[in-house]
Design a protein around this ligand. Structure first.
Ligand SMILES: Nc1nc2c(c(=O)[nH]1)N[C@H]1C(S)=C(S)[C@@H](COP(=O)(O)OP(=O)(O)OC[C@H]3O[C@@H](n4cnc5c(=O)[nH]c(N)nc54)[C@H](O)[C@@H]3O)O[C@H]1N2
Ligand SMILES: Nc1nc2c(c(=O)[nH]1)N[C@H]1C(S)=C(S)[C@@H](COP(=O)(O)OP(=O)(O)OC[C@H]3O[C@@H](n4cnc5c(=O)[nH]c(N)nc54)[C@H](O)[C@@H]3O)O[C@H]1N2
Ligand code: SF4
Ligand SMILES: [Mo]
Length: 706
């Protein structure tokens, strides 16, 4: 592509809103000093503005405004690097792909196809996510998974179980303004999807009431009509408490329950067996507040529930989401304007990234790798026989356990920084240090890339064409704004070159991302996430198209489940079981509950935002939020460094007093690696339904470092 001057339309690489931006690019005037592995890009961004689109309505947040800074960073990796005697040496693409090909073939010859693992991410475009899944299966390994396991797995599996399919929002964003009551549970939209906030404040202006459930009074909670500062990890019971009281108050929709759901009687007797006093005690929310929440939600003629990682990143996250969905099913608040469930998706392509096969048990179009019909269909699209497709592998964290055991001898990472983002990070880092062969495709020498044997330089969002699916299930096309710096390649080009080096080239003969998308359309055709009717041409003309979209004249639909749910009987299922996993409890040695999450100006493990000077300068180091009374009790002073330890490990951060957090809870952002990495302390237990780690609850102790 040619370098251009003047505004081009791009899309923010960070969160799931996928705000569009108009960016002015000019040739770079002066040459900048190049770093060890990089050189200055030939262009520079001089202005960024939000660009009108249906999700962000032209708004853009501070991360989107400054995203180009990491793309322009001189710390980008610009050439392939091969580690020799502990040092990275610049290599040509040909040398590098041949080297990877030989090593992987040797390992597979010696130890079998499953000795190789593939690890993807929700920032990758649909085309890349699809191709990565195909790549792993072409190598005949069953081991592929991705960082969405830590992100969307609880909500996605809950949606599939209750409704028969998972699409983040069951409603278009425009519906929010028509809701009379909105429950925001474990979701900090003001910092994590900031450009969506006006949807909620507009709803409020027309009379809606908002209930926020969060152990902290977050910036989202500041707009709440009712804030329930729940004890971390007890959301499932809180949802039950609210529903129990709604039933007592007579706020349920018997007609809806009868016509469109299953298992209500079991739910009702389960709720009968619970005592509201016990619920109040466990959740830390007094009865009166639970009653108020029940009244607010019960009386509303339209209502929504949105959950995010606060509820979901728990060892009972899958069930907790399902118990929240009970509230909607019992009141008939789904499939109508102003109603519905929303799993607030996280990453830029957190939605599309979970549909097309980079998950251990999945094939494109949300098909199942264990279903014979699905296998046969996808095999036919790929030109292989079904028995050539591996079966399902294991989840992301479980791959780390295989590496530790020595049974996984090589890992290919594309679009993730697992040694920072996995729970129990001390263990994970040790395992990754010992893996015989590690290849990482990234823009930067992330903590994980530093451990790699080979690093492959990839394009940033600014130089990469592909589709991404936003939190509503709306597919969007993001076209490259400039050509790649140095020798960076787009992810799909890298997968093509590697496939050639591994003698699988004939299945990867693509010359553009559009060609891959056309194959994805076919592979997803007839599946749950059906993209068949979506084309690049349509996306250029129509801005964005919701899936399922089964033909080129299908307009797609923002609101789903209007008539029926996706189970074969058309009904949704009530949930009445509790988790049998032991919940994390504080003890005398670990008396506080550690939770964690995000701040506005950083993104995930911070690899990209720490390379943006403006974003970094807003928050240069991590910290822990501690209630001043708690701090006094443990003799900790404001702004001093503290050590936080769990049964798993310890990390160090600066103390920040905050009286807007529960006294029994600590909060630490997740955006830093090394000694500040909160995951050095998080626990390794997984939710048995979806293998989501219990990130958000770890019993810890805190002490000031002297
Ligand atoms: N600025 C910014 N925005 C982002 C990201 C980012 O890194 N930075 N990441 C993106 C991604 S990938 C994701 S997944 C989303 C995440 O979006 P969110 O899930 O909204 O973000 P978190 O901060 O992880 O968690 C939300 C809230 O859960 C609360 N919480 C903790 N424990 C509990 C609990 O037990 N119960 C309840 N009810 N609440 C609890 C925390 O206090 C926090 O305020 O954000 C996306 N947007
Ligand atoms: N304690 C705790 N841990 C958590 C969470 C939490 O709330 N608390 N949240 C979890 C969640 S929700 C998530 S999503 C994960 C995220 O965890 P990670 O996947 O580790 O997060 P990122 O920092 O986004 O890492 C992405 C890497 O890919 C690179 N990258 C970005 N775009 C591209 C691309 O297009 N191609 C390629 N090849 N590389 C790219 C970036 O430079 C970066 O190094 O963390 C999880 N870990
Ligand atoms: S981080 Fe999210 S809200 Fe902010 S500009 Fe990017 S896509 Fe929009
Ligand atoms: Mo996420």
């Amino acid at each position: 592509m040619t370098e251009m001057t003047g505004p081009v339309i791009t899309q923010c690489p960070f969160c799931s809103v996928q705000c569009k931006a108009a960016v002015t690019i000019e040739p770079r005037q002066e040459l900048r000093r190049s770093s060890e592995h990089g050189e200055a890009t030939s262009h520079q961004v001089t202005e960024v503005k939000g660009w009108d689109n249906k999700a962000s309505e032209g708004r853009i947040c501070v991360k989107g405004l400054h995203a180009h800074q990491h793309a322009e960073s001189t710390r980008r990796i610009m050439y392939p690097l091969i580690k020799k005697d502990g040092e990275f040496i610049r290599a040509t693409w040909e040398e590098t792909t041949n080297y990877i090909g030989k090593r992987i073939q040797a390992i597979q010859l010696k130890s079998g196809p499953d000795a190789i693992g593939v690890y993807g991410g929700g920032s990758l475009t649909n085309e890349t996510a699809y191709l990565l899944g195909k790549f792993a299966r072409a190598l005949r390994t069953k081991y592929i998974d991705y960082n969405g396991r830590f992100c969307m797995s609880a909500a996605a599996s809950a949606g599939a179980a209750v409704f028969g399919m998972d699409r983040g929002l069951t409603f278009p964003l425009a519906d929010i303004e028509h809701a009379e009551c909105i429950i925001l549970a474990g979701t900090n939209i003001a910092e994590c999807q900031p450009t969506l906030m006006p949807y909620f404040t507009r709803a409020q202006a027309s009379g809606a009431q908002i209930i926020v459930i969060d152990p902290r009074r977050t910036s989202t909670a500041t707009i709440a009509d009712l804030h329930l500062a729940v004890h971390p990890g007890t959301d499932l019971l809180l949802a039950d408490g609210i529903l129990k009281m709604m039933i007592e108050q007579g706020h349920i929709d018997k007609n809806f329950i009868e016509k469109r759901t299953r298992d209500y009687d079991e739910l009702a007797s389960y709720l009968d067996s619970l005592s509201i006093q016990d619920i109040a005690k466990t959740t830390g929310i007094d009865e009166e507040k639970i009653r108020r929440a029940a009244q607010m939600f019960g009386k509303a003629k339209t209502g929504m529930v949105l959950t995010a990682r606060g509820v979901e990143q728990q060892t009972d996250g899958h069930l907790a989401v399902r118990h929240f969905i009970n509230l909607l099913l019992a009141t008939g608040n789904i499939g109508r304007e102003g109603c519905g469930y929303g799993a607030v998706t996280g990453q830029g392509n957190g939605q599309g990234g979970r549909e097309h096969g980079q998950k251990a048990d999945q094939l494109p179009g949300y098909r199942s790798i264990e279903n014979d019909e699905d296998r046969a269909y996808v095999a036919s699209v790929w030109g292989v026989t079904p028995d050539q497709l591996p079966r399902k592998g294991v989840s992301a964290y479980e791959m780390m356990e295989l590496i530790d055991k020595g049974s996984m001898e090589a890992l290919f990472v594309m679009g993730s920084n697992p040694i920072v983002s996995n729970p129990n990070a001390v263990f994970v880092e040790e395992a990754m240090k010992n893996i015989p062969f590690l290849v990482v495709a990234d823009m930067f020498l992330s903590e994980t890339a530093q451990l790699a044997d080979v690093v492959l330089p990839v394009t940033s969002y600014f130089e990469n064409t592909g589709t991404l699916t936003n939190l509503e299930g709306r597919v969007l096309l993001r076209e490259a704004a400039v050509s790649p710096p140095g020798e960076c390649k787009q992810d799909w080009e890298i997968l093509r070159e590697l496939a050639i080096a591994l003698d699988r080239g004939e299945h990867f003969d693509y010359s553009s991302s559009e060609e891959i998308f056309d194959e994805l359309r076919l592979a997803s055709r007839g599946g749950i996430a059906d993209y068949y009717g979506i084309t690049y041409d349509r996306l250029r003309k129509e801005e964005g198209i919701y899936w399922p979209c089964r033909s080129e004249d299908d307009a797609g639909s923002g609101r789903i489940f209007e008539e029926r749910f996706a189970h074969s009987d058309g009904r949704a299922v009530f949930t009445f079981q509790q988790s049998d996993v032991r919940q994390e409890r504080v003890t005398a040695s670990y008396p506080l509950m550690l939770t964690n999450g995000r701040v506005l100006s950083h993104y995930l493990t911070g690899v990209q935002t720490r390379f943006s000077r403006t974003l970094l300068s807003r928050q240069v180091e991590s910290y822990v939020e501690v209630h001043p009374e708690t701090a006094r009790h443990y003799r900790i002073e404001d702004q001093k460094w503290v050590k936080i330890s769990s049964r798993y490990g310890a990390f160090q951060v600066r103390c920040r007093f905050n009286d807007q957090i529960r006294k029994d809870t600590l909060f630490v952002p997740m955006h830093w690696g090394g000694v500040q990495n909160v995951n050095r302390a998080t626990r390794a237990e997984l939710d048995p339904f979806c293998k989501m780690p219990g990130f958000k609850t770890t019993a810890v102790r805190i002490e000031q470092i002297t």
